[in-house]
Design a protein around this ligand. Structure first.
Ligand SMILES: [Zn+2]
Length: 211
């Protein structure tokens, strides 16, 4: 299934199999996307053969593969690769995680910040893995609402903590650049489980992330 397994097997960088940044591209997929993109440029009234656009279809094909490389990643496996038994039972927060995604309705970027908290129940996870989980879900065609819930569910089901909280604040280029052109509006979504469904814990989390 060449189209399904779009990237070559070896990851491009540090050998963290399964979730390293992919800098290598499947040649057949690049060609397939690029050929179609040449037609799109023509449909837009452009001349795909002029100098500045000559290599654009290939660049777009590679950019699209990179921007959706989350399909190649297994977010639960990212967490499982760094879980440790630990009796710590207080809230763990990683805030201001940079987030870049593509809205599935317009294939335009939305980007912003993700804040994650969990309260362990016998197990903790390496802190650097939480931003990787965000990336694994964000680097796909998404809507902000589902992205928020995907991240929450992955942590909940893999780590089985006392509770998980996820808040995402993002700007959507499909709102900024087209349609209603609301340049400064930010969409906020949140998803909670367990302890974070109690007012006290949720309020503490929101205070700690500065909301
Ligand atoms: Zn959109």
């Amino acid at each position: 299934m060449a189209l399904n397994k779009r990237f070559l097997d070896q990851p491009g960088t540090n050998g963290d199999a399964g979730y390293a940044r992919n800098d290598q591209y499947n040649a057949a997929t690049v060609k397939s996307i690029a050929d179609k993109y040449r037609d799109i440029l023509r449909d837009l009234g452009e001349n795909p053969n002029r100098e500045g656009l000559e290599k654009t279809p290939e660049r777009v094909a590679k950019a699209l593969q990179f921007l959706t490389h989350g399909y190649q990643l297994d977010p639960a496996e990212i967490l499982r690769s760094a879980m440790f038994n630990e009796e710590y039972q207080q809230m763990v927060i990683v805030k201001d995680i940079e987030l870049y995604s593509l809205c599935e309705h317009h294939v335009l970027p939305f980007f912003g910040k993700c804040h994650i908290a969990y309260i362990p129940k016998g197990r903790i996870v390496g802190l650097s893995k939480l931003p990787r989980v965000v990336d694994a879900f964000a680097r796909r065609l998404q809507v902000q609402e589902r992205l928020t819930v995907d991240i929450r569910n992955c942590i909940e089901e893999t780590l089985k903590p006392q509770g998980v909280a996820v808040v995402i604040e993002a700007q959507h280029m499909c709102m900024v650049m087209r349609g209603i052109q609301k340049q400064h509006s930010i969409a906020t979504t949140s998803a909670f489980t367990g302890e974070f469904n109690t007012d006290k814990t949720r309020a503490e989390f929101l205070r700690l992330i500065g909301r």
